[in-house]
Design a protein around this ligand. Structure first.
Ligand SMILES: [Zn+2]
Length: 175
């Protein structure tokens, strides 16, 4: 496995729409390697999610490491989500802090749907469906946005909350 270079804001790959992966592609050694490398890269930089365009690969794939929530599978193991389709459940929108490995050292408050249902493929190419709410739902929406060339700045209602990490820790972090 290897740690991949993370594209930073301004790199065009972050603004392009990524292409869907065919099931036969998912099982290829190249994609399996990419998933392993993305998981290692995410862990190295203490991310909770990492999308393929962030490592210069324009495919609809992200990895995340969080408690999946509703589905019973409570685990901190990293997992891969491929070709995700998100349906918003209900009308609750919550605003909370986000950061991004492609936008280092900044945090901002971003409104997101509280609850979503996700249809996708896993790294074995199997169809999966999961319900997520609150933090995991936020991460999944953030990462899926990357597959459409959308960054969290684009979703902010105002830039008033934009905060450097040091100031975030000093004034805004809850613990
Ligand atoms: Zn991001």
């Amino acid at each position: 496995m290897s740690i991949l270079k993370v594209a930073r804001m301004g790199h065009p790959v972050l603004r392009a729409r990524a292409r869907a992966l065919a099931r036969s592609d998912i099982k290829s050694a190249a994609v399996q390697q990419l998933i392993d490398d993305m998981m290692e890269t995410m862990a190295e930089y203490h991310g909770v999610g990492l999308a393929a365009p962030q490592v210069h690969q324009g495919v609809r794939l992200f990895v995340a490491s969080l408690n999946a929530g509703e589905d019973g599978e409570e685990s901190d193991e990293a997992f891969a989500i491929i070709n995700p389709e998100i349906a918003v459940v209900g009308s609750d929108v919550v605003e909370d802090w986000e950061g991004c490995l492609s936008i280092p050292d900044l945090r901002g408050r971003v409104p997101r749907a509280r609850e979503i249902r996700v249809r996708a493929l896993n790294r074995q190419g199997e169809r999966i469906e999961l319900d997520a709410h609150d933090f995991p739902a936020r991460v999944i929406q953030h990462e899926t946005d990357h597959l459409d060339g959308v960054l969290f700045f684009d979703r902010m209602r105002s830039f008033e909350s934009l905060t450097f990490l040091d100031e975030y820790a000093r004034y805004w972090a809850k613990d």
